[in-house]
Structures are given as C-alpha cells and as structure tokens.
Design a binder for this molecule. Structure first.
Ligand SMILES: [Zn+2]
Length: 118
C-alpha cells in the first residue's frame, strides 16, 4: 500500500462520517417534519439533528487535527488534504511537506524520510 492509498482510505472514512452527519442534520430538519407532519420543535427532530451535528463536527475536527498523519513522519496533513477532493487525495499533492517523502512510495517499505538537519 502506498502512502496515497493509505491517506485515501482515511479520507473516505472521514468524509463518510461527514456525509452521515449531513444526512442526519438535513434529514432531521427537513425530512422528519415532512414524514411525521410535525413542527421543528418535536423531540424526534432533536433526537436526529443533535447526533448529526455531533457526528459532523467530530469528524471534521478529527480529520483536521488527528486522522491525516503522514505515514512516515507523522506530520499533520489535515489542513492540506481536506482542502480539495472528497473521496481521494488531491493528485497534485505529491510529497509530504514535512519530510519530503513521495506519497506514492510504499508504506513500510523504502519510503524512509530524510531527517532534517539540526
Ligand atoms: Zn512526512
């Protein structure tokens, strides 16, 4: 598995969580009142919308801060990888900005990073 494949897999999980949050949020605000014929102040709407907001915010924050780490140097790539593309890493991003390793190098193979000169 290459670093890009590793990051793409993580990206699908994170944006899958974002999609679930959006579906719960929009479904709770729009779909549930239409289905039930009730107003927005019913407890059933809150029971769907509140978890949707929690899932949405949690996956966005986790993606930005924790889940997109360089497989070699563990540098945080969250801000870079969440700018463009939903299900895969932007193909223009070719190297880790922290260690310079090619994202298409195999993980755990010969993609060792060069430690910066101290
Ligand atoms: Zn790196």
């Amino acid at each position: 598995m290459t670093g890009r494949e590793y990051l793409n897999r993580r990206k699908r999980w994170v944006f899958g969580g974002v999609a679930v949050g959006i579906v719960l949020l929009v479904g709770g605000l729009v779909g549930l009142p239409l289905l039930v014929g009730a107003g927005l102040d019913t407890p059933a709407v809150s029971a769907v919308v509140v978890p949707g907001v929690v899932v949405f915010v949690a996956t966005v924050v986790a993606g930005q801060k924790f889940l997109f780490r360089c497989p070699w140097c563990r540098g945080n790539l969250g801000a870079l990888l969440t700018q463009k593309g939903v299900w895969r890493t932007d193909p223009r991003v070719r190297f880790c900005p922290y260690c310079g390793t090619d994202l298409d190098d195999p993980v755990g193979g010969g993609g060792d990073w060069d430690a910066p000169v101290e």
